[in-house]
Design a binder for this molecule. Structure first.
Ligand code: PMP
Length: 360
């Protein structure tokens, strides 16, 4: 099998070391004579796995003791409706910052449960920037403020945590959680689908301040209530056991690599290499405001769109795969999550230089 560099936005590349370890442990986990996939979620062995995942996640993100971690299913999408159902309490509305396709979906779904106040939007410039905090029109009566802190399709990323006062800040971190340190205490709730930077699809991670749990009306579905999952230690029903185990291997890999400070350094270097290539050339361009560019998802365009198909095909032949932009915006997108090594970005940049030389 020829090795490829996979630039998919998600499900995305996993660290090779993790896959090798999973293969090694596939049939017989730690001598128990069965695969993790075959274990009861209530077995001593699986409970030891999930507890380790939780403690490693707490350690890596320095999650304060008064936050619960929930291991859920349903993808980040399930949270678009669960968040208003759980966090409204006695309030009737919530603030949303509209920065692209994923916040659009979160807003549409929340609108079924509450009054949505779009407190700021970057629609005027095709979602190419994060609206400055000073321009936000926050409602002091809002139940929470929701941001999409990394827009996977548009490629914009909040470089700092916005100050929203005492109203809980809720963030969809699906496509950049674990790529950099986060001050968790500044957030009421952080959520992420795992399939980009954490593990395989099927697992949704929620980090929530304990005080925010238990506000949901008792007539919502039990499975949609955070309290159900918190009270049952994420075992109200069968959790996605294998995805949790794989996420655990990724967390151990991150710890061996020096944790999130080290990972952030590498991610900055990778992003600089790729944006440097885009900025140095008139052949390629980045649609995103420089200060808001995502380190994880890098959309770019060829000045001559008629070369798109050939760019993708030649890249693919050189082992650079999944570079096609999201179907809604076209162009190219390179997702360079934690598992993408520096050599992968280097190989992409060299290919881009060569393609420009021969087609520019
Ligand atoms: N939010 C963001 C920022 C995403 O990138 C995605 C997936 N691409 C989602 C939400 C939806 O996630 P899921 O498919 O896990 O429901």
């Amino acid at each position: 099998m020829a090795k490829v560099f996979n630039f998919s936005a998600g499900p995305a590349a996993l660290p090779e070391e993790v896959l090798v370890q999973a293969r090694y442990e596939l049939l017989d986990w730690h001598g128990v004579g069965m695969s993790v996939m075959e274990m009861s979620h209530r077995s001593r062995e699986f409970v030891s796995i999930i507890e380790r995942v939780e403690s490693d996640l707490r350690e890596l993100l320095a999650i304060p003791d008064d936050y619960k971690i929930l291991f859920l299913q349903g993808g980040a999408t399930s949270q678009f409706s669960m968040i208003p159902q759980n966090l409204l309490g006695t309030k009737s509305g919530a603030d949303y910052i509209y920065t692209g396709q994923w916040s659009k979906k979160a807003i549409a779904e929340a609108g079924k449960f509450c009054k949505v106040n779009v407190a700021a939007s970057s629609e005027d410039k095709n979602f190419s920037y994060v609206p400055k905090r000073e321009s936000w029109n926050l409602d002091p009566e809002a139940a929470y403020v929701h941001i999409t802190s990394n827009e996977t399709i548009g490629g914009i990323e909040y470089q700092e945590t916005p100050d929203v006062g005492n109203v809980p800040l809720v963030a969809d971190m699906s496509s950049h959680l674990l790529s950099r340190p986060v001050d968790v205490a500044r957030y009421g709730l952080i959520y992420a689908g795992a399939q980009k930077n954490i593990g395989p699809a099927g697992l949704t991670i929620l980090i929530i301040r304990e005080g925010l749990i238990g506000q949901a009306s008792s007539d919502i579905a039990s499975i949609a209530n955070y309290k159900t999952h918190a009270d049952n230690k994420s075992m109200y029903n069968t959790p996605p056991t294998y995805a949790i185990y794989m996420a655990g291997l990724v967390l151990q890999w991150l710890k061996r690599r020096g944790g999130l400070v080290a990972m952030e350094k590498t991610n900055i270097a990778k992003a600089q290499l790729l944006y440097g290539c885009l900025d140095a050339s008139g052949f390629y361009n980045s649609p995103v405001a420089v200060e808001d560019r995502s380190r994880m998802n890098v959309p770019f365009r060829l000045a001559d769109e008629s070369l798109d198909a050939e760019f993708l095909e030649q890249g693919r032949r050189q082992g650079l795969v999944q570079l096609k932009g999201h179907r809604s915006i076209g162009g190219m997108r390179a997702s360079i999550y934690n598992a993408m090594p520096q050599e992968g970005v280097q190989a992409l940049v060299e290919f881009m230089h060569e393609f420009e030389r021969t087609h520019g």
